[in-house]
Structures are given as structure tokens and as C-alpha cells.
Design a protein around this ligand. Sequence first.
Ligand SMILES: [Cu+2]
Length: 119
Amino acid sequence: MDVKGAVLLIVLMMLAAGCAGTDTSDTDGVREITVKLSNFKITPSTIEVNQGDKVKLIVQNVEGTHNLYIDGYDLRTNAASAKDTQIIEFTADSAGEFATWCEVRDHKARGMEGRLVVN
Ligand SMILES: [Cu+2]
């Protein structure tokens, strides 16, 4: 492989790594995390941030009717049907683990639960 080929390969690997990573980015000091709601799961189920982070959750409802509730912080999106996107912005000032779930009917029991971990 010549040098050009090697450089191209490295660039492609970096692009692939960027795409395959968690849906989290840190722009302007704001932690942006995309959370997807579907039948019947929250993806990712664990949302992990650091205490003091400014957090922007981009909550995308990809199928069905759902919402996202975050215990402890008492934050929620409105129950809405797909394809709905809502934003939750907050500062993660309390450390700990907080349960998250969908409040629509029996969705929590069907698996729509997760957690927010503030380190
Ligand atoms: Cu739900």
C-alpha cells in the first residue's frame, strides 16, 4: 500500500469510529445525547454524564406513542406519537443514578425503562 492509500485508510477508519460511537457529543460545553424511544425500549438505556454537565437530550420517538420521564430530576417529554422529537435541557447538578421510563400505559413493565447516571 502506498502512502496515499494508507492515509485514506486512516481517514476512513476515523470516520467509521466517529459514526459507530455513542450518540454523544460535546459542543459548546453542552453534552448532546440522542435518546430513541421505540416499542418498547429506550436507546441507549443508560444515559451517562458528569456532574455539572449541561445536558441536551434529543428525544426522538421513532415508533408508537411514548414519553421519557427522568426520576429525581423530575423531567419529562410529552407523550407523543412518532415521528416526534423533543428536547430536554438541564444541568446535571445532582450526582447519582436516576431511573428513567416511559409513562404511557404499561410500557415501563414492557421494558421501557433505563437510567440516568450522573458521575
Ligand atoms: Cu412507551
